[in-house]
Design a protein around this ligand. Structure first.
Ligand SMILES: Nc1ncnc2c1ncn2[C@@H]1O[C@H](COP(=O)(O)OP(=O)(O)OP(=O)(O)O)[C@@H](O)[C@H]1O
Length: 335
């Protein structure tokens, strides 16, 4: 387990980490998710020993490493822009950590072969970094980080500089890699889809603090507050309450809408259809709410939309029959 207790990191008056405590279970793939400047990288770099905390303790597998230099913490680190040794082959880049540890040549060769196979670069030994694509370079970086058998793998937006398609492929690949090697992994990302897709657990950060930690399902279905709820997916503001667009049902008839309404849901809102936007499997309906209610969107299946024959300009009634809502209890007790 990685355990960070009461971590504080200030830059002048500004707290990049404000009394942060988190436990990251051994063997998990945990994402640190949050907007730019929320402190994700600072927390990751503090675990790595690349930042010195003003206060607090970092433990890795029961060992207090707060004052241990990065190279003795048993970690592997991959940055967004991986600094490969340009003059060295892929083989030598991956072997680097083992070479400086003076491991026997045969052991290094065996290990490099295995790792290049695992990261899908089997046979690329003799290439130079300039002869690899961005995605291949990041996979080489992961192989290099894994070569020294780290207890912990720390990834700071490792796919951030790559285009969308390669990013998606690589995160699927990272998930498979993790299932194979099981090394405790912490991934910094500002992309909620990436976190939901790849992580076992997500810690949502905001303004130097952790808002909530849980599995993707726990966070999505039982967000601790409005920040977590809106950061993890689309939300519609329905009479001052945040609702997921697919929890909104549309009806032609007010009395039918009233009959469907759950007891703790916001009141039924009359609205005019602005646009009906097909999104593949689902359809987004953009609506202008009556009176004080502003604009919001509902997400329906194609079948529901077809059944209602929704057209722009027409009047509908929006109701929440069941909903995801913010937890009212202490989030720590609920997960
Ligand atoms: N060396 C530094 N000096 C002053 N302020 C810093 C320093 N490093 C980080 N900060 C500030 O601390 C805050 C947290 O930074 P951090 O890099 O941890 O955020 P982040 O959540 O990783 O954001 P991003 O996704 O943009 O990298 C930011 O407001 C940043 O400007």
């Amino acid at each position: 387990m990685i355990r960070v207790t009461d971590a504080q990191k200030n830059y002048g008056d500004f707290a990049a980490l404000d009394d942060v405590s988190i436990e990251i279970p051994s063997g998990s793939l945990t994402a640190l998710l949050g907007p730019s400047g929320s402190g994700k990288s600072t927390l990751l770099r503090s675990i790595a020993g690349l930042e010195t905390l003003d206060q607090g303790v970092v433990e890795i597998e029961g060992r207090d490493v707060t004052n241990v230099p990065p190279q003795r913490r048993g970690i592997g680190f991959v940055f967004q822009h991986y600094a490969a040794f340009k003059h060295m082959t892929v083989r030598d880049n991956v072997a680097f950590g083992l070479t400086i540890r003076k491991r026997p040549r045969a052991e290094i060769d065996r290990k490099v072969d295995d790792l290049l196979e695992i990261v899908g670069l089997g046979g690329f030994h003799k290439r130079f970094p300039s002869q690899l694509s961005g995605g291949q370079r990041q996979r080489m970086a992961l192989a290099r980080a894994l070569a020294v058998d780290p207890e912990v793998l720390l990834l700071d937006e490792p796919f951030g500089a790559l285009d969308a398609k390669v990013r998606t492929d690589l995160r699927t690949w990272l998930r498979r890699l993790h299932d194979e090697v099981h090394v405790t992994t912490v991934l910094v990302t500002h992309d909620q889809t990436e976190a939901l897709d790849v992580a076992d657990r997500i810690a949502v950060m905001n303004k130097g603090q952790i808002e909530q930690v849980g599995t993707p399902v726990e966070l999505y279905e039982r967000p601790a507050n409005d920040f977590v709820m809106s950061f993890l997916g689309e939300v519609a503001d329905l009479g001052g309450r945040l609702i997921r667009p697919h929890d909104i049902t549309l009806e032609r008839d007010r009395s039918r809408a009233e009959a469907l309404r759950a007891s703790d849901s916001p009141p039924v809102i009359g609205a005019t259809i602005r646009r009906v936007v097909p999104l593949g499997f689902e359809v987004r309906v953009d609506l202008a709410g009556d009176g004080e209610a502003g604009d919001f969107s509902a997400q329906l299946t194609r079948a529901e939309t077809a059944g209602l024959k929704l057209q722009p300009g027409e009047k509908v009634f929006a109701v929440v029959a069941q909903q995801v809502s913010v937890l009212e209890t202490d989030p720590a007790l609920a997960i």
